[in-house]
Structure formats: structure tokens, C-alpha cells
Design a binder for this molecule. Structure first.
Ligand SMILES: Cc1cc2nc3c(=O)[nH]c(=O)nc-3n(C[C@H](O)[C@H](O)[C@H](O)COP(=O)(O)OP(=O)(O)OC[C@H]3O[C@@H](n4cnc5c(N)ncnc54)[C@H](O)[C@@H]3O)c2cc1C
Ligand code: FES
Ligand code: FES
Length: 1426
């Protein structure tokens, strides 16, 4: 034994160790002897503690659904620290000595915490799956700071994603806790409660005329006091907003016999409720929160009683009892000596700090680390030491603390000395979300050696060094410039630990900046990141420079040629334009990437390197004239509109809708019926159901090839693993191994696989982990076959399904020949992942007799789930009941693809006779569940000089994936929505579906409609450019008029788009803002603003006629309560709430008397999927019909007992043997379209809307901000205005994501690249419009609308309006190209990622970054859009 090893062994022997962890959970002490070392805190909470309020959304720190608060006593800072943390990445053992608070620790639905109550009542919870995470983030903020600013409130959600709400209501609810009044309409009362008077609050809607900016809703469109119409002062005369259209007095209500303008005075029929909305919130009392247990302070300080009456905090040393454990041995030292001794004694042990890297590696790469040492509790690694010329930061201080320390140093020493500190803080601002920053550490970031680390480039450029220590007192320093020795390799020796990071103070004349560009601004890893430093002498000449880049090589690199260029000629003047030119030349020559470089985006990354250099040069000029001399504005150079993070504008939202006068319950903006359950974590989703006795778990065995013949499946190794019960293959399907409406998919494949990731076999085991481990051990041999992925390749190869859908009108050839102008081109829009926060899940529970089976599923389609499960098992459908309590989001993704997973669970249950739970991890879900269809259009269009469309021939191709699924329906809707809102002239629109080797693309909110509209709008922009007009001018010019017919022959009677277009143009000040945008663009070189106005019409009905039916079953009980069952599922859209409103209205009972429990196939049989935005229409009428029948039966009793309660009435009827149960059915009349003949009515009606979007684009990086969006939506007479506003905002955000940040990519050989939130980016709270105004069109008679209470479907129609952001960005790009003198027509495909946007803003940097076609030839790109 060497001396050193002997020392360390002695050292360890001196340490007393413990194998128990002790912590507090929601105020109660928990002690675990020898905890499961592989268990995360999330797994412990959900399975062992039964606290299922904390959700599993991704398992990789990317969604925030698992957020909890962990409080600890920090012995170095000597204070209690409360931190929001991702429980999914938190090893259970790390909570020793801490207090964990989960959503259950705050309140209950009956007695909610103020945070839970406000989010629930202000509509911040739709599906609710994200809600506990948001609650905990806000709660943590308030625990640290009971009086946050609005800005701090918004920023606290930078690690939380929501897919339903569009964030606005969550932000509004949260801002009621801010110091500033939330909105003009919010008053914070003396007792801490808040009174809100604003539209959109729970309870009802505010009074307004439906025009955005209405003075009655706090807007700036003011009339004279009490004079009535808010447009009065602008319009003159009577002032009625409809005057110009209606003629005469103009009032829209006039014909109803009312006296003039409906808004004449508040007293004019207005009821008190609709004058203002008042929500009384619970008081937020910081003093009454769960305390931090004093014992834990003593425990942390090591001052607990030595007599053994209290446990001592000791070094943890735990050995796993399980031979299958991934971590067999674990240590948690408390001192550096002990740590170093452990490292010496266990070569190869994995150090774990924040676990944000290690945890992800274990989950996604399935890396195993048998020996782990947790370092974050070592006090010596937590110190910050200040010396004369540097500061040494303890290696394992959290990034949150690192940021605070940097800020304090900047404040103490001034900016001249702290240039590096400021630059580090710049990059920390956009580093992950705060749940990660609260645990992740400096050393963890450096030791990971990621080539896209955000800190390493800054540290390297700053001249920082890493302090390393090993046992035996060995210490050394390694300069950051020498730290990285290869891809993810460092100079760290096996026995060394990073103990500190020394960052020098800046010297005189030094300037430093950091830049980062990611796909999404918040919570995203970098595409390129850098730290750039220059030092100039007293004469302004460059003394030295350091430029470090991440994302440009396998390691963080110094751009040495550029550094040399800066100091060439003995140091030129930094302000000299020639220096800039040299720098750009050098950096772009040096940092070139190969076309197929890992990570892709070779050209964009090279362009970013140049752009950052340009920004740096301009921003660091001491001589303000230098940038101006170079034609640059320093103010435009800051990091992508991020400027100061702190300065980012707070989001404002305004919602406008008129009061409901005519109905008691229907129309009112009551909150989602389950909102409080969701906000308190009480709401149960499939995976929250407690385990039943003998329950087993299922994992899928994914196909390794995109297309292959299966040669053999060997499950012997898997079956030998502990806990494994069965491995199922196609041979184990006892019934039909075929499913899907076209019967072209196997439940499990027999001979071939058709996409990478396709489930080939299923493993059933005692635990989820055992099943997943065993799935890896199932060996499948294949013969690989050729595969096609992209729609373009499929079209080129003729790989198409047989169906064709065509709409033809007029003689297109003749019209094209006669048209003054003809243009041909292509439009494309990419796929979109649903990213419902709750991954797919199903639980099949055999009843143990007569083949009966209950299937609990997260599905929009209970009936198909029931039928496919029954068919696969070979039993009658009557034996299978599918039950759906709620979904954590569906958006179409759980309309058909969820069925297969339920069938898998059913198969497992059938073979094992035990309950089987099949819940997918996020990556499995994204690999198998199908997406929104990408679409390609090839068009030829004829038009006149004004841009009037005269003829269109468009061939539309969708990428259907490997099977039909719902692709034909999606294609039909796409083809029938190509016209959007325009007269096309003679037209021929022909659609086909490409058959590719990807997962089967499926329904997604909008169902092809938005793709169809996008394809045309994209074309329209190119036509507008050709005639030199704006797209808006062409949109208005070509817009349908009432009475026109569509290409499928449907007459537009209920046609409000022109009216809404003109109203919104006025209320959103489109014309003056267009001028303002142009003026801004004329003076701004590197930031351009863009403006776009976009209409939409969306046909409501299922394309398949028989699906247009709804059913309901209503029971009235003798206590006066009402139970409603209907065919629709609750997935966040508030369907159950609306159905309860319909029932309450029809039965004339209070809303509270009505309850909707679940959707189940034994109470609502043969149901249509909850889809097509038609569920309220279909089920609403069914509920109404059932309730009307009941009301009729009860009528005599009500007449006889006019003053009796409903309970007494019901009881009287019951005693008379009157049935208090009624079924209701409804079938949509009139519809039915024959695609072959082109006859019949395709849609029952159209939901319509218009949006205006304004953006600001950083043309150097492609980053953008959506400055403002105005939406005016016609949803008929809404069943619930607040819920409908929520649908509009949520759908808009999804449409915005679809066309901007959400890029769905495959590796060219077949597997999916974007498999989770790490590389697939849905919009975050900071991406939504900074100013978001939504109004409902009100006051129309809707005489022809034969829907339930004249309401219109709303779920899908607003989604396309999100594309207004895309078109506004396109407008900004056009301005940038114009400035650079680029004449070539702009062809821009969706999504407009920062990469697409930057590369479209052609300039010298882009030219230099572009890889010549010859160099690309024969090379395969890293990833492809399909
Ligand atoms: C959702 C998410 C977002 C992220 N976003 C970003 C981002 O924006 N920018 C970015 O740069 N990174 C990002 N990361 C990566 C990661 O969070 C950081 O690299 C983080 O700093 C790692 O720190 P940690 O303490 O969690 O490290 P851990 O995961 O605990 O450890 C990482 C490595 O460091 C080693 N290590 C830890 N401490 C020491 C020590 N004292 N001495 C020697 N070795 C040590 C460990 O052994 C391990 O190899 C993100 C990660 C996630 C999950
Ligand atoms: S589940 Fe933990 S962040 Fe998504
Ligand atoms: S409510 Fe946020 S994800 Fe559904």
C-alpha cells in the first residue's frame, strides 16, 4: 500500500458514517435506512410516499412538471435557502438534512393555498398536468421573497413549460402577488387579499363592445362618459361600431327592437355581474407557511445532541442491497479530506453534484455508475475567496449562488474590474431554468466538458484557472485554456477533484462580453456560445485578446487566428474598421464546420461566430463614433433583444368580451371545474392511480431500423432478469393483430418493422425499471431494407398511398393562360410534436372473471380503445370498459395513437392475469406517437397586377408516415382549407399522402386545416412580392364576401371575417403601426421589426359523417344532485365544465349541483373521439336533450311546488316512480360531403378569426421577440367565455410554436433526433407576446347557426393565427434583405427557427458562412426535416 493510499484509508476510518437518510417531507420527519440508491426524489414521492401531485413530464429537467421546493440550512451562507428543484433529477439520497415541500404540502382543494387558488380561479390550469410545477415555482419565489416584482414573478417560471394555456393566465394569476398592481384593474387590499376587476377573471366577463381597446375594459379607445359606444369619439355620429356596415342608425341590436346601441349606458340592460368582475382571493400570509424545522439547522451545523437523543449528520456510506442496482455504493462526505480520501480509495467513482448532467446521462444514455460520491455537502467546496487580483469560487457552489456572488462582486468593485463577472452573468441568465441553476454547479459544468457549455468559453476567455486537489495534499492549477483535451475529456486526473475556479479581476482597458444563441431563448442549451475579451492600451490599441467559442468544435476552443488578427501589426486601434474586417475574416475562416457536423447547422453556426464577433466589436468600442463609422448601432448589438434580461418587458394581456345577460349559467366565464384539484395535486391522471395488488409494469422494445425484416427475437436474456414476468411478441396476440381504421397496422409486427422505434416486443415486469432494463436485453435481429423519410424523397420516388383528394373549380388551364402574371413555387411546413405534458399511459386491470377488463387510459378515444383492446384479446367489446378521468393534454395526439398502448397493456393483463401499467417515458412517447403531418405544396398561380388571384393549381403532399392512421381525414381538411378566406378563381387542389418510414403521423389540433392555410398564405406572400404589394393588401383584396362559395361548394352565409378584419385593423392600429415599423426599420440596421395580419376560417364537423354524433346519460338524484356522463373526454379544454353549464342551464339548477365524473364506455357507448372542435356541439346537444327530457318530466312537480328546492322536486318525482335518468343523443343535421362527386355540405359552419402580430428580429442571430399580438375571434355565443379565451390563447401559442421554435428532426438513417424537451422546443412563458390582446366578436344575431346555444367550436380554429408570428418574422426578414440589396424572392419554410431566420437575412457574414454546393455534395446532413 502506498503512503498516500494508507493516509486516505486512515482518513476514512476516522470518519463516522451512517447509512440512513433523514429529511422532512411537508413538515413530517422521514428516516430511511439504506435508501434505494437508484431512486430519484420524484420516484420516492410518487411511489413510496404516494404523493402523486408532483408529475413526471420528461425525466430530464426540461419541463418543470416535477418541481418541488427543497429548503436547507446553508452552513456557509448561514441562512435557510429555499430552492425550486426538479425532483426527477434529484437523487433521493441528496435530500438528507433538507425539507422537501410538495404541492400537497401547501393546501387542498377544499382549503387551497393562495397560490393554488389564484392560479385555479384565474384560469391558469387547463389540463392541469403542469400546474403543480407552476404552483411550486411561484411558491418558492414567495418563500424567498414575499414581495416580488412583476418581473421576478415572470422569471420564476423559466424552468416550467405549459402546453395548454399559452401562459398568459398563469402569469396574470402569479402577478397578483407582485408588488406592483397586477393590472390597472387590480387592487391589493389592506389585508393582503386582491380584488380584481378585469375581463377574464373567474365568475363572468366584463362589459365591453367586443372591440379590442374598449374603454370599458381598461383600453384606450375612449368615448365620452356614459355616451355608449366606445368608438363614438372616433366614429362620430351615433358612434355605433357597426354603423358603416348596417347603414341607418347602424346598431346591431336595433332589429331586435332595442333602443339603439347596445352599449348605450351601463344601465341599459346590463346586470351588476357583468359591470365588473370581482374575485376575492385568499390572503397570502408569508408568516403562516410551513417552517424550516429547527432540528435541521442543528443537524446541518452538527450541533445536535451528542447524547444520542438526536441523530447526527454524518458521512453517508450506503451499499445497495440489490445486485441489479445501477449504483451499488454511495458516499456523501462532509469534508474535503474525506472526499479526497474516497476518491483515492475508489478510482473511477462518479462524483455527483447537482446531478443535472449525470442524471440525464443515466436516464437517456442509460449510463451506470456503480460507485457514486455526492460532493455538494462538502463545505470547503462552497467557499468564495477574494484575493487582490482574482476571486476563487468554490467548485460546487450552485449556479444560482454563483450568479448572486458575481452580482455582488460587480456592485462592490465596479464594472471596470468585473468585466468577466458581468459576462459570466450574461450567460447565466439564459442557462437552463432556475430549477437546474438551483442545484447545478460550476465544477459540474466544467468537468462535463460539454462543447456547448455556457460557462467554459467565458472562463477561458477571461483567463480563469481551475484548482485541482488530490489526496495527500497535492494541489495544482490548470488554466481553462488547457483544461479540455478532447470531446468530453478534461485534464482532470482520476484521483483529482475540482476544488475551485479562479476568475481574475479585469485589468485596465479590458472589455469582455458573452453571447449565446439557442433554439429557444429560455431554458435551452446553446447552438453557439462564446466569451470574447479584448484589452486596449491607453492609445486604444489592442494589447491582447481572447476569443473562446463553444459549439464550433468538439471542445470549447480559442479562436487563435482571430486573436492573432486582433493584435497583428503590433496592435491596431480597436476602433479601426480594418480590425473588424480582419476579425470577421479570421474567425469565419478558422471556425468553419463540415456540412455533416454533429449537431448540424454548420452554416448557421459559422454565421453566428461572425455575428457575435461583430456584436462584440461594436459593443466594446470606447469611442462611440467607431460603430457609427462602421455603419453599426451599438444599441442593436446586445444579445438578441435580450438586452438586459432584467429589462425584458413584462408580459401584458388584455381579454375583452361582453357580458352575458340572457342566460343564467351558459356563457359565464366560470373556472375549469377541476382547477382546484389540479392546482393542489389532488387531480388524478392514469399514472397517479394507486397500484393495485400484484400490479406489473410494461416497457416497449423499440425497432432499431427505419425499415427492416425481422429475422428473430431472442428474449432469453431478458426473461432471466429479476422481476421479468413475460416478453410478448406478435405471436402472443390472441385476437386480431390488426388495427386502425384502414386496418393497415399490426398491433405487434410479425415480419417487418416500418420505422425506427416501432415497438417490436413488450416486456412485463414487476417494476417499471425492471421492465425497461429487460427491454434493453431483448435481442432482435434484422435485415435492413431501404427507407424513405422525407416527403420530398417520397414524392420523388412515388412512395404514395393510393388515396387522392381533389377539389376542382373552373377551367384552371384557361385561367392560367389568361392571367397577366403566373408564378410557380413550393410551400412547406414541418411536423409538430404534440408535447402534451402527460405522456401516454394506460392501466389494464382484469376483473378476474368472464374476460372482463377495465382499461384506464389517457385517450381522447375511449370507444376505439375499448374496441381495439377487445379485438386484440379476442373478446366481446361488452367485456371491456375504457375509463378516462382526464388527460394531461391531448391535442389530437391521443385520438388514435394512444389506442395501441392501451392494447399493449390489455395484452399484458391478459397474459399475466394481473393489472399492467404501461406509461411511456417522454422519449418513447415522442418516438412512437406520431406528429402533425408535414406538408409540401407545389403550386402554379395566376394573378393580375393588383394581386387578385385568378387561377391556382396546387398539388399538396402530406408526410403520412408508415400507415394511414388519420392521414386521409387530415388531407381532406388540408385540401378544403387551402382557400383559407380567399376567392381563388379557377382552382385545382389535389392532395396525396406520402408513405414514409417514420411513425404514423396523426391528428394534431388543426388537423391539416392549418397546414392547408399555411401553404396558401406562404404562396400569397410570394405573389405579393411579385406585384410589389403587402400580403395584407392581397388578403383584403381577395377576401371572400358573404354569399361566396368555397371550392367545395359551401356558401358562406355566416361570414364575419371581412368585418373582423376591418375592426381589428382599426383597433390594433394596423396602419399607423405599419408606418412605425417601417420607420423603425429605416433607422435600425441589425434589428428589424415585422408586422402581419392574418385571417382564418375553420370548418367545424368531422370529415367522416357518422362521427358527427354525441351522446349523454344524465341521472338526477333525490338529493338534487345531477351526474352527467357524456361522450367527450376532459383534456384541459374545459369540456366537462361546459357540459355542466349546459346541464345546469337546461335543468335550471345551480352549476354546483351538476357533476361530471369521468368518461366511460359503459355509460357513454359508441362515442366519437373528442376531436374536431366539435365535442361541445355534439355532446352539448346530447346533454341538453337528456336534461330537457328530465326537465319535462319534472315540470309538473315544479309547477305544483313552485317554491320547492330541486331536491324536493326530484324526490317527489321519484316517489311517483318517475324515471330520473335520461339519455340524450344528437346527430349534426345537413352535413355530408361526397368527395368523388364534389357534392353535399362539408362543414356545419365556420369558426373565424383575425390576428395581428408584431415582432422584432435580431438579424445577426435570428433571435426574436413577439412584441404584440391582437386577436379578434368569432366563437358564436360562447358557452364559457373565459374558457374560450383560454383556448384561443393556448392554441395561438401552439401555432406560434409550430411555425417558429418547434423543429422536429430525424437522423437521416431513420431514428428520431428530437426526442425530448432537451432538443425539441415548445414556446416558453417568455416567448408569448409581450402584449397579448384577445377579444371575442360579440353582438351578432347568429340566426343561421344551429348549434347548442349558438356557440361555435373553438379548440382548433385559433391555432393557425399563431402563424401570424411567422408572417411577421417574414416581413422583418424582407426588410433586412431589402436593406442589403437582396432582390431574390424570399422563400421561407416553416418553422422559422433562428437558423432559418438568420440565414435568410443574407449579408456578408452569411455569404462567408455558406458552404459551396460542391462541398456539400455526397455529404449527409446531421438531421433532416421530414
Ligand atoms: C434541463 C437542462 C438544461 C441545461 N442547460 C444548460 C445550459 O443552458 N448551459 C450549459 O452549459 N449546461 C446546461 N446543462 C448542463 C448541466 O446542467 C450543467 O453542465 C451543470 O453545470 C452541471 O452541473 P452539476 O452540478 O449538475 O453536475 P453533475 O451532473 O452533478 O456532474 C457533472 C460532471 O461533473 C463532475 N463533477 C462534479 N463536481 C465535480 C468536482 N468538484 N470535481 C470534479 N468533477 C466534478 C461529475 O463527476 C460529472 O462528471 C443543462 C442540463 C439540463 C438537465
Ligand atoms: S419531469 Fe422533471 S423536469 Fe420534466
Ligand atoms: S395546463 Fe399546462 S400543460 Fe396543460
Amino acid at each position: 500500500m502506498s503512503a498516500t493510499t494508507a493516509d486516505t484509508t486512515n482518513q476514512m476510518q476516522q470518519e463516522e458514517t451512517s447509512s440512513q437518510i433523514l429529511f422532512y417531507l411537508n413538515g413530517s420527519r422521514v428516516v430511511i435506512e439504506e435508501p434505494d440508491l437508484d431512486q430519484t426524489l420524484l420516484q420516492y414521492l410518487r411511489t413510496t410516499a404516494g404523493l402523486t401531485g408532483t408529475k413526471l413530464g420528461c425525466g430530464e429537467g426540461g419541463c418543470g412538471a416535477c418541481t418541488v421546493m427543497i429548503s436547507r440550512y446553508d452552513t456557509v451562507e448561514q441562512r435557510i435557502v429555499h430552492a425550486s428543484v426538479n425532483a426527477c433529477l434529484c437523487p433521493l439520497y441528496t435530500v438528507d438534512g433538507k425539507h422537501v415541500i410538495t404541492v400537497e404540502g401547501l393546501g387542498t382543494a377544499k382549503n387551497p393555498h393562495a397560490v393554488q387558488q389564484r392560479i385555479a380561479l384565474l384560469h391558469g390550469s387547463q389540463c392541469g398536468f403542469c400546474t403543480p410545477g407552476f404552483v411550486m415555482s411561484l411558491y418558492t419565489l414567495l418563500r424567498n421573497n414575499p414581495n416580488p416584482t412583476e418581473h421576478e414573478v415572470e422569471e420564476c417560471f423559466d424552468g416550467n413549460l405549459c402546453r395548454c394555456t399559452g401562459y398568459r393566465p398563469i402569469l396574470d394569476a402569479a402577478k397578483t402577488f407582485a408588488e406592483q398592481a397586477w393590472k390597472a384593474g387590480t387592487t391589493v387590499n389592506a389585508d393582503g387579499t386582491a380584488t380584481v376587476r378585469a375581463a377574464g377573471a373567474a365568475g363572468s366577463g366584463a362589459e365591453g363592445c367586443g372591440i379590442e381597446g374598449c374603454c370599458r375594459l381598461g383600453g384606450d379607445k375612449k368615448g365620452e362618459a356614459n355616451s355608449g359606444c366606445c368608438r363614438e369619439s372616433e366614429a362620430g355620429g351615433s358612434g355605433c361600431c357597426r354603423e358603416s356596415e348596417a347603414g341607418g342608425s347602424g346598431c346591431c341590436r336595433e332589429k331586435n327592437g332595442e333602443d339603439g346601441c347596445c352599449k348605450k349606458t351601463p344601465a341599459n340592460g346590463a346586470d351588476a355581474e357583468t359591470q365588473s368582475v370581482i374575485a376575492q382571493f385568499k390572503k397570502y400570509d408569508a408568516g403562516s407557511e410551513l417552517i424550516f424545522p429547527p432540528f435541521l439547522i442543528r443537524y446541518a451545523k452538527g450541533t445536535t445532541a451528542l447524547d444520542g437523543s438526536e441523530p447526527q449528520r454524518r458521512m453517508l456510506a450506503i451499499a445497495s442491497g440489490s445486485s441489479e442496482a445501477w449504483c451499488r455504493q454511495f458516499f456523501r462526505p462532509l469534508t474535503l479530506d474525506a472526499l479526497l480520501a474516497l476518491v483515492a480509495a475508489h478510482p473511477g467513482a462518479k462524483l455527483v453534484a447537482g446531478n443535472s448532467e449525470v442524471g440525464v446521462e443515466m436516464r437517456l444514455k442509460r449510463s451506470r455508475f456503480p460507485v457514486q460520491i455526492f460532493v455538494n455537502d462538502v463545505a470547503e467546496l462552497q467557499h468564495v475567496r477574494e484575493a487582490a487580483d482574482e476571486v476563487v469560487f468554490g467548485a460546487n457552489i450552485t449556479l444560482e449562488r454563483f450568479g448572486r456572488e458575481l452580482a455582488a462582486l460587480e456592485a462592490a468593485h465596479g464594472s471596470e474590474r468585473t468585466q468577466a463577472f458581468a459576462a459570466l452573468r450574461d450567460n447565466l441568465r439564459f442557462f437552463a431554468g432556475r430549477q437546474i441553476r438551483n442545484v447545478a454547479t460550476l465544477a459540474g459544468n466544467i468537468a462535463t466538458a460539454s462543447p456547448i457549455s455556457d460557462l467554459s468559453p467565458v472562463l477561458m476567455a477571461a483567463g480563469a484557472a481551475v484548482e485541482l486537489a488530490a489526496a495527500g495534499g497535492r494541489r495544482r492549477r490548470v488554466a481553462m485554456a488547457d483544461m479540455f483535451t478532447g470531446y468530453r475529456r478534461t485534464a482532470l486526473r482520476a484521483d483529482e477533484v475540482i476544488v475551485g475556479v479562479a476568475v481574475p479581476f479585469s485589468r485596465p482597458g479590458e472589455r469582455m462580453r458573452a453571447f449565446k444563441q439557442a433554439k429557444r431563448r429560455d431554458d435551452d442549451i446553446a447552438i453557439v456560445t462564446c466569451g470574447l475579451r479584448v484589452r486596449v492600451d491607453a492609445q486604444g490599441r489592442v494589447a491582447d485578446a481572447a476569443f473562446a467559442f463553444g459549439g464550433m468544435a468538439p471542445t470549447t476552443v480559442l479562436a487563435r487566428r482571430a486573436m492573432a488578427a486582433a493584435t497583428a501589426d503590433g496592435g491596431a486601434a480597436w476602433g479601426d474598421r480594418a480590425v473588424l474586417a480582419r476579425l470577421l475574416d479570421a474567425v469565419q475562416a478558422e471556425l468553419r464546420l463540415d456540412y455533416g457536423v454533429p449537431g448540424g447547422m454548420a452554416e448557421y453556426r459559422a454565421a453566428l461566430a461572425g455575428s457575435f464577433m461583430l456584436k462584440f466589436w461594436a459593443l466594446t468600442q470606447a469611442d462611440a463614433a467607431a460603430p457609427a463609422a462602421a455603419g453599426l448601432h451599438a444599441a442593436e448589438m446586445d444579445d438578441g433583444l435580450g438586452a438586459a434580461h432584467e429589462g425584458r418587458a413584462v408580459c401584458r394581456g388584455r381579454q375583452a368580451y361582453a357580458s352575458v345577460r340572457e342566460r343564467a349559467v351558459v356563457g359565464r366565464g366560470v373556472a375549469h371545474a377541476s382547477a382546484l384539484q389540479q392546482a393542489t395535486g389532488e387531480a388524478r391522471y392514469v399514472d397517479d392511480m394507486p397500484p393495485t395488488r400484484g400490479e406489473l409494469h410494461m416497457a416497449l422494445v423499440p425497432a432499431a431500423h427505419a425499415h427492416a425484416r425481422i429475422l428473430g427475437i431472442d428474449a432469453s436474456d431478458a426473461l432471466a432478469m429479476p422481476g421479468v414476468v413475460r416478453v410478448l411478441t406478435a405471436a402472443d396476440v390472441p385476437g386480431e393483430n390488426v388495427w386502425n381504421i384502414f386496418a393497415d397496422e399490426e398491433v405487434l409486427p410479425t415480419t417487418h418493422v416500418h420505422y425506427a422505434g416501432q415497438p417490436v416486443a413488450l416486456v412485463v415486469a414487476a417494476s417499471r425499471r425492471a421492465a425497461q432494463d429487460a427491454a434493453q436485453a431483448v435481442h432482435v435481429t434484422y435485415e435492413a431494407l431501404p427507407a424513405v423519410l422525407t416527403v420530398r424523397d417520397a414524392v420523388a420516388q412515388g412512395a404514395l398511398f393510393g388515396e387522392e383528394r381533389a377539389l376542382r373549380r373552373g377551367d384552371v388551364d384557361a385561367a392560367l393562360a389568361a392571367a397577366p402574371h403566373v408564378l410557380a413555387g413550393e410551400s412547406y411546413c414541418g411536423a409538430q410534436e404534440h408535447f402534451y405534458l402527460e405522456p401516454m399511459g394506460a392501466l389494464a386491470v382484469p376483473r378476474g372473471e368472464a374476460d372482463e377488463l377495465d382499461v384506464y387510459a389517457s385517450t381522447q378515444n375511449p370507444t376505439e380503445t375499448q374496441m381495439v383492446c377487445a379485438a386484440a384479446l379476442g373478446v366481446a367489446a361488452s367485456r371491456v370498459v375504457c375509463r378516462v378521468k382526464r388527460l394531461g393534454g391531448g391535442f389530437g395526439g391521443k385520438e388514435s395513437r394512444s389506442v395501441l398502448l392501451a392494447a399493449f397493456a390489455a395484452l399484458g393483463a391478459h397474459h399475466t392475469r394481473a393489472p399492467v401499467r404501461a406509461v411511456l417515458d417522454r422519449d418513447d412517447d415522442m418516438r412512437t406517437s406520431g406528429q402533425r403531418h408535414p406538408f409540401l405544396a407545389r403550386w402554379t398561380v395566376g394573378f393580375d397586377g393588383a394581386g387578385r388571384l385568378l387561377a391556382l393549381r396546387m398539388h399538396v403532399f402530406s408526410n403520412g408516415g408508415f400507415s394511414h392512421d388519420l392521414s386521409v381525414g387530415v388531407l381532406e381538411r388540408a385540401v378544403s382549407h387551402v382557400d383559407n378566406c380567399y376567392r381563388l378563381g379557377a382552382c385545382e387542389i389535389v392532395g396525396r399522402i406520402a408513405r414514409t418510414n417514420t411513425q404514423s403521423n396523426t391528428a394534431f389540433r388543426g388537423f391539416g386545416g392549418c397546414q392547408g392555410m399555411f401553404l396558401l398564405e406562404s404562396m400569397l406572400c410570394e405573389v405579393a412580392a411579385a406585384v410589389g404589394r403587402t400580403p395584407e393588401a392581397l388578403r383584403r383584396l381577395n377576401m371572400y364576401r358573404a354569399g361566396d362559395t368555397t371550392p367545395f361548394g359551401q356558401r358562406l352565409d355566416d361570414w364575419n371575417v371581412p368585418l373582423m378584419w376591418d375592426r381589428l385593423a382599426a383597433s390594433a392600429d394596423f396602419a399607423p403601426r405599419r408606418a412605425a415599423v417601417d420607420a423603425y426599420n429605416a433607422r435600425s440596421r441589425h434589428r428589424k421589426r415585422g408586422l402581419a395580419m392574418l385571417p382564418t376560417k375553420f370548418g367545424i364537423s368531422f370529415g367522416v359523417k357518422f362521427l358527427n354524433q354525441g351522446m349523454a346519460l344524465v341521472h338526477v338524484y333525490t338529493d338534487g344532485s345531477v351526474l352527467v356522463a357524456h361522450g367527450g373526454t376532459e383534456m384541459g379544454q374545459g369540456l366537462h365544465t361546459k357540459m355542466a353549464q349546459v346541464a345546469a342551464e337546461t335543468l335550471r339548477v345551480p352549476l354546483a349541483a351538476v357533476f361530471v365524473s369521468e368518461t366511460a364506455t359503459n355509460t357513454a357507448a359508441n362515442t366519437s373521439p373528442t376531436a374536431a372542435s366539435a365535442s361541445s356541439d355534439l355532446n352539448g346537444f346530447a346533454v341538453h336533450n337528456a336534461c330537457a327530457a328530465l326537465a319535462e318530466r319534472l315540470r309538473p312537480y315544479r309547477e305544483r311546488m313552485p317554491d320547492a328546492s330541486f331536491a324536493r322536486v326530484a324526490r317527489a318525482a321519484y316517489l311517483d316512480r318517475v324515471s330520473l335518468t335520461a339519455a340524450g343523443h344528437y346527430a349534426t343535421p345537413d352535413i355530408g360531403f361526397d368527395w368523388q362527386a364534389g357534392t353535399g355540405q362539408l362543414y356545419f359552419y365556420f369558426t373565424q378569426g383575425v390576428a395581428v402580430a408584431e415582432v422584432e428580429l435580431d438579424t445577426l442571430t435570428g433571435a426574436h421577440t413577439t412584441r404584440r399580438v391582437d386577436i379578434l375571434m368569432d366563437v358564436g355565443r360562447s358557452l364559457n367565455k373565459a374558457l374560450d379565451i383560454g383556448q384561443i390563447e393556448g392554441a395561438f401559442a401552439q401555432g406560434q410554436g409550430w411555425t417558429t421554435t418547434e423543429e422536429f428532426l430525424y437522423f437521416p438513417r431513420g431514428p428520431l433526433f428530437t426526442q425530448g424537451p432537451g432538443n425539441y422546443k415548445i414556446p416558453s412563458a417568455m416567448d408569448i407576446p409581450r402584449d397579448f390582446r384577445v377579444a371575442l366578436l360579440e353582438g351578432l344575431p347568429y340566426e343561421g347557426l344551429k348549434t347548442i346555444y349558438s356557440s361555435k367550436g373553438v379548440g382548433e380554429p385559433p391555432l393557425f393565427l399563431g402563424a401570424s408570428v411567422f408572417f411577421a418574422l417574414r416581413d422583418a426578414v424582407v426588410a433586412a434583405r431589402k436593406q442589403e440589396g437582396v432582390d431574390a424572392p424570399l422563400h421561407m419554410e416553416s418553422p422559422a427557427t433562428p437558423e432559418i431566420l438568420r440565414m435568410a437575412c443574407v449579408d456578408q457574414i452569411v455569404d462567408r458562412a455558406t458552404i459551396p454546393a460542391a462541398e456539400k455534395e455526397g455529404k449527409v446532413p446531421f438531421a433532416v426535416r421530414i
